[in-house]
Ligand binder design. Structure first.
Ligand SMILES: *Cc1c(COP(=O)(O)O)cnc(C)c1O
Length: 415
C-alpha cells in the first residue's frame, strides 16, 4: 500500500498548522452519563472530577432520564438492537411509523420522514425537491449542515443578511421569475441564541409566493408555550412548509433527525433523498425512546418551564456580575470575550473551578467574536447555577473583565 512520505508530511504540516493557530480541537473524556453533573478526566488520564456541565444541548435534561432509558431497554428487548438495513429495504418497524406520526402531531405539520441525523435531513431534502428552475434563499448564518445540503442541490442559491427582512424582501423580489422560492432559516441560531423573526418571514413568503424552510434543532421541545418550536413562539404553527430537526439535542439527545412538512415534500424524500435511501435506519431503541420523549413533552410543560426559569436566572446573574452577554430569550447564553486566547483561558480556568464550558472562536464564530457559549438545562437547579455564577465571578475577576463593556475588553486584550 502506498502512503508516500510526501503525502504524510503534507498532512502532518497541516495538522501542525492547526495546532500553531491555537485552534486544535481536543476531546475531553466523560465517564458518566450525560447530565447536569458529569464526571470527567482532567487533565486527560488523571483522576476523575465532578463538574457542572454548561455546554450540552441537553436542554430538557432527557438524555439520561429514567423513563427514556426504560423505553430504550424495552425496545431493545422487544425490537432488537439494529435494523441492518435502510428503511425502504427491510429497515422499517412499527416504532418508526409511530415516531413519524408523533413528530407530525408535535410539530403541527402534514407528514414526517426520519433520517439518521438532522445533518442527513438537511443533506437530502433540497436535492430531493428542488430543481434548476428554483432558488434557495438562506440566512447567512444557517447551520453548516444546511450549507452542505444547499451545495448538493441543483437549484440556484442566494443569501440574505442575518435576520435582515428588508434584504430578504429584496431577494424575493429579485427571484420572482423562479418556479419555487424557498426561504431557509434556523429557528434559533446556535452561536448567538437569537430567534429568526418567523412571523415576518411568513408574511414576506405569503406576499412573494415563497415557501419557508425551518431548521428547529435548537428549539424543538422547549421554545414556544408548549415547546413545539420557534413557529409556535411566533404564532405561525402550520405555516412552515418544511421543518427539519434533530433528536440529538432536547429530544433525548441520542441521534436521528427528520424532515417534517408538506405531504408531497415528505413523499418525495421517501423516493429520492439520498441519506434516507442509502444510510441505515434509526435503531429501534432510539426510535422508541424518542416516542417516549414526545409523550413526556405532550403531557406536561414542566421541563420547558423550568428551563425558562433557569435561563432567566442565569442571564440576569451574568449581567449582574458584569459580563457582556448576547441578549436573547433562549437557553443559549453566549458570554462575549471577543479575543480567542482570552476565551480559551477563561474556559480553562472555569474547568479548574468545576465548570465545564468551551471557548468558541474563528472559524466557528466570526473573527473577533470569541466567546464562551453557555447552555442551560432543565436538569440544572438554581443553587447549582448560583455556584456556577460564583466560579464565573472568580475567573472573571482574575482576568479583570468584570464590569468591562465590549470596548473595555477589546482595549485590554485585543480582538
Ligand atoms: C445540531 C444541528 C444539526 C445537526 O443535527 P444532528 O442530528 O446532530 O445531525 C442540524 N442543524 C442545526 C441547526 C443544528 O443545530
Amino acid at each position: 500500500m502506498a502512503y508516500p512520505a510526501a503525502v504524510r508530511e503534507a498532512w502532518q504540516a497541516e495538522l501542525a498548522g492547526i495546532r500553531e493557530k491555537g485552534i486544535y480541537k481536543e476531546e475531553r473524556f466523560i465517564h458518566s452519563p450525560q447530565a447536569a453533573h458529569i464526571s470527567v478526566e482532567f487533565p486527560s488520564g488523571a483522576a476523575l472530577k465532578e463538574v457542572v456541565n454548561l455546554c450540552a444541548n441537553n436542554y430538557l435534561g432527557l438524555s439520561s432520564h429514567p423513563e427514556v432509558i426504560a423505553a430504550a431497554h424495552k425496545a431493545l428487548d422487544e425490537r432488537g438492537y439494529g435494523m441492518s438495513s435502510v428503511r425502504f429495504i427491510c429497515g422499517t418497524q412499527d416504532v418508526h411509523r409511530t415516531l413519524e406520526q408523533k413528530l407530525t402531531e408535535f410539530l403541527g405539520t402534514e407528514d414526517t420522514i426520519l433520517f439518521p441525523s438532522c445533518l442527513d435531513a438537511n443533506a437530502g431534502v433540497f436535492e430531493a425537491v428542488l430543481g434548476p428552475e428554483d432558488v434557495m434563499i438562506s440566512d447567512r448564518l444557517v447551520h453548516a449542515s444546511i450549507v452542505d445540503g444547499i451545495r448538493l442541490a441543483k437549484a440556484m442559491h442566494d443569501t440574505y443578511k442575518h435576520c435582515d427582512m428588508a434584504h430578504l424582501e429584496e431577494k424575493l423580489q429579485e427571484h420572482q421569475d423562479k418556479r419555487i422560492r424557498l426561504v431557509i432559516t434556523d429557528g434559533v441560531f446556535s452561536m448567538d441564541g437569537d430567534f429568526a423573526p418567523l412571523d415576518q418571514i411568513v408574511a414576506l413568503a405569503e406576499k412573494y409566493n415563497a415557501l419557508v424552510f425551518l431548521d428547529d434543532s435548537h428549539a424543538s421541545g422547549f421554545i414556544g408555550r408548549t415547546g413545539r418550536g420557534v413557529h409556535e413562539h411566533f404564532g405561525v404553527m402550520g405555516k412552515m412548509d418544511i421543518i427539519t430537526t434533530t433528536l440529538g439535542k432536547a429530544l433525548g439527545g441520542a441521534s436521528g433527525g427528520c424532515v417534517s412538512g408538506r405531504k408531497e415534500i415528505v413523499e418525495l424524500c421517501r423516493q429520492k433523498a439520498r441519506p434516507y435511501l442509502f444510510s441505515n435506519a434509526v435503531p429501534p431503541p432510539i426510535a422508541a425512546s424518542a416516542i417516549k420523549v414526545l409523550e413526556i413533552l405532550s403531557a406536561t410543560t414542566e421541563r420547558r418551564d423550568k428551563l425558562e426559569v433557569n435561563a432567566k436566572f442565569w442571564r440576569q446573574g451574568l449581567i449582574d456580575a458584569g459580563f457582556v452577554i448576547k441578549d436573547g430569550e433562549s437557553p443559549i447564553v453566549p458570554v462575549m470575550l471577543f479575543n480567542a486566547k482570552l476565551a480559551q483561558d477563561v474556559a480553562r480556568d472555569l474547568y479548574y473551578e468545576g465548570i465545564y464550558v468551551v471557548g468558541f472562536f474563528f472559524p466557528v464564530v466570526a473573527a473577533g467574536q470569541a466567546r464562551i457559549r453557555t447552555q442551560l438545562s432543565a436538569d440544572h437547579d438554581i443553587p447549582m447555577l448560583a455556584r456556577a455564577l460564583e466560579a464565573f465571578k472568580k475567573v472573571g475577576a482574575k482576568h479583570g473583565i468584570l464590569g468591562l463593556d465590549k470596548k473595555g475588553i477589546i482595549a485590554k486584550y485585543g480582538q
